[in-house]
Design a protein around this ligand. Structure first.
Ligand code: IPE
Ligand code: IPE
Ligand code: MG
Length: 241
């Protein structure tokens, strides 16, 4: 990243990692193979993001809508999450990455919940990048939960003026409350699929046809560089404009 080292880096990068099933299909393999390859790729991209200096990385692994898939596919995904959460602690310690599992955790199997808690506890003192892994995550569910939690802190009936953006954001899932600077979606579709609805309000969007298992550290760095060339105006006007 020599010549671009002065470029602005996104602080919070979020990725919708899509395309595992199609990656497998292209090879005449069952979808599970794509999920396994996709899970392996997570480690490479986490390392690359951390090395590049990203402060917060939020990955969409399983949505509240993904329960619609076949029981067999859901089971394989849950098994992979379990294996992954359990085997990752040492590597994350070496990289000083701190993990949060975000989403409706209470609906996950007790064993998986325990693994999520253990990984969070084991990495809580790490001082580097924050890694949020979204499992059973839905943006609307997150907002409903945050509104209810926020309302409980306000005297009722709350004046409309008592509600603030910062106040609501403080009740989003811990780890992923900051605005997203760069949202990446792999797999070629141009949609948000219920991810981080509040936090992406002013995110820069980067859509790529690359299927998630093929998304490399080099393509991540190129997305970060692309971000650095964009002019963010936040509703204002550009200099000299
Ligand atoms: C993303 O890959 C992983 C999850 C949503 C769990 P997909 O499984 O959605 O792959 P495609 O979109 O069918 O190729
Ligand atoms: C989005 O992928 C959710 C995750 C990556 C976890 P999907 O494959 O579920 O999204 P849709 O169904 O194409 O919107
Ligand atoms: Mg998909």
């Amino acid at each position: 990243m020599s010549s671009s080292s002065k470029a602005v880096l996104p602080k919070h990068v979020a990725i919708i990692l899509d395309g595992n099933g199609r990656w497998a299909k292209q090879r005449g393999l069952p979808r599970n193979f794509g999920h396994k390859k996709g899970a392996e790729n997570v480690k490479e991209i986490v390392r690359a993001a951390s090395d590049a200096g990203v402060k917060i990385l939020t990955l969409y692994a399983f949505s509240t809508e993904n329960w619609k898939r076949s029981a067999a596919e859901v089971r394989i995904l849950m098994e992979l999450f379990g294996i992954y959460l359990e085997s990752y602690t040492e590597e994350l310690r070496a990289q000083q990455v701190r993990v949060h599992i975000i989403g409706e955790r209470g609906d996950l199997a007790a064993g998986l919940q325990a693994k999520a808690e253990r990984l969070e506890a084991a990495t809580a003192m790490n001082t580097g990048m924050v890694l949020n892994i979204a499992i059973n995550y839905g943006g609307r569910t997150e907002l409903l939960r945050a509104m209810a939690a926020y309302a409980a802190t306000l005297p009722q009936p709350a004046e409309p003026s008592a509600w603030t953006e910062e106040g609501l954001a403080a009740h989003l899932y811990p780890g992923a409350q900051d605005d997203v600077d760069l949202l990446i979606r792999t797999g070629g579709d141009f949609r948000i699929s219920n991810f981080l609805l509040w936090q992406i309000s002013y995110a820069e969007l980067y859509f790529t046809p690359t299927l998630w298992p093929d998304f490399t550290a080099a393509e991540l760095r190129s997305a970060l560089q692309n971000f650095g060339r964009r002019e963010r105006r936040f509703g204002g006007v550009s200099e000299g404009g």
